[in-house]
Design a protein around this ligand. Structure first.
Ligand code: AMP
Length: 197
């Protein structure tokens, strides 16, 4: 058994997606709650974020929101978080989300989600964290990005170990099973392991 309690979920802020994306966000939230985990997320009422977070709460988990003042001033903040942290800006917010979570799941999302996910992968690549990072590939949404990641490796912009930094889940249950069974690496990568090809 690992010590994971808080799962950080990055996800779309859009309310205009196909049903399939809300369906997976909902199912993931249910599983997070039912399996005794809490969610750390953007603290908003929007898109897949709230679809997922509200289901965590409905299923016995805690909802921990982290949002910068500017987005709260815009009226994006939900008052329904069990815990809420106001951040200075987007970078400060990511730092807080990172510090208070032990695992990461990216649902389908836009540039905001992509930026958050890439940062977490790079942090792990360079040994700043050892967390499980899961890409939930609803509807094959991330197929092209994963192809691009493969190209990065094939053309030697990164080495093959990069593929082990994240796990691609086909379904919410698969994502939760991976996190449940995750064994943290016992050490951080060496310079050779990061930069050899
Ligand atoms: P996007 O994928 O571009 O829709 O951005 C969503 C991601 O960026 C989420 O994982 C959030 O952490 C963050 N984000 C973007 N917009 C908001 C918002 N209005 N409220 C809270 N977080 C947001």
């Amino acid at each position: 058994m690992n010590k994971i309690k808080n799962i950080c979920v990055f996800a779309s802020s859009s309310n205009y997606l196909e049903d399939v994306y809300y369906k997976d966000a909902k199912a993931l939230g249910q599983l997070i709650g039912q399996n005794g985990y809490n969610i750390v997320y953007g603290g908003s009422t929007l898109g897949l974020m709230w679809t997922c977070a509200s289901e965590v709460q409905n299923n016995g988990g805690k909802v921990i929101g982290v949002m910068p003042q500017r987005l709260a001033d815009m009226g994006c903040k939900t008052d329904n978080c069990d815990e809420f942290f106001m951040a200075v800006g987007m970078r400060d917010r990511k730092d807080k989300m990172d510090k208070i979570s032990e695992a990461v799941i990216a649902l389908a999302g836009g540039l905001g989600t992509l930026e958050e996910l890439s940062e977490m992968i790079v942090q792990k690549q360079l040994g700043y964290n050892k967390k499980p990072i899961v890409i939930l590939n609803t509807n094959g949404f991330y197929n092209k990005l994963l192809e691009f990641f493969d190209r990065i490796i094939e053309e030697k912009f990164a080495n093959k170990m990069t593929r082990n930094l994240y796990y691609v889940a086909k379904a919410p249950q698969d994502a939760i099973d991976y996190i449940k069974n995750y064994q943290e690496p016992d050490r951080i990568p060496s310079k050779h392991e990061i930069y050899s090809r």
